[in-house]
Unconditional design. Structure first.
Length: 107
């Protein structure tokens, strides 16, 4: 399945070299969450709170949608689906390529 990760160009280059790492934040809740944000469509800085988002990575992940169900982040009124998936899960099962914002590179 193909999902997407929006990030900065510098961070995208690091991901392609080293793999994903978990981000940790409360994301507007009362508890800390960690993982890698993935969405079902390509996003940009208008879709996220990341003002530095100028690159999109396509994440070709070897799993079924059901495998991600416990990581889905459901937001009322959101026009796309998104998941906060542990970096270890993603790194073991994914091939990452640049979708937008950079020259085509692969991990």
């Amino acid at each position: 399945m193909k999902l997407y990760h929006v990030t900065s160009r510098d961070r995208a280059e690091a991901i392609l070299r080293e793999g994903f790492s978990d981000n940790c934040d409360s994301y507007g809740t009362d508890q800390k969450w960690s993982g890698v944000w993935l969405s079902d469509r390509s996003l940009d800085s208008n879709d996220t709170s990341n003002g530095e988002a100028d690159a999109n990575l396509a994440v070709i992940i070897d799993c079924e949608l059901d495998d991600l169900s416990k990581y889905e982040w459901v937001e009322e009124g959101c026009s796309y689906r998104e998941w906060l998936v542990p970096a270890d899960f993603v790194n073991k099962r994914a091939v990452v390529i640049v979708a937008l914002g950079m020259d085509v590179l692969t991990s």
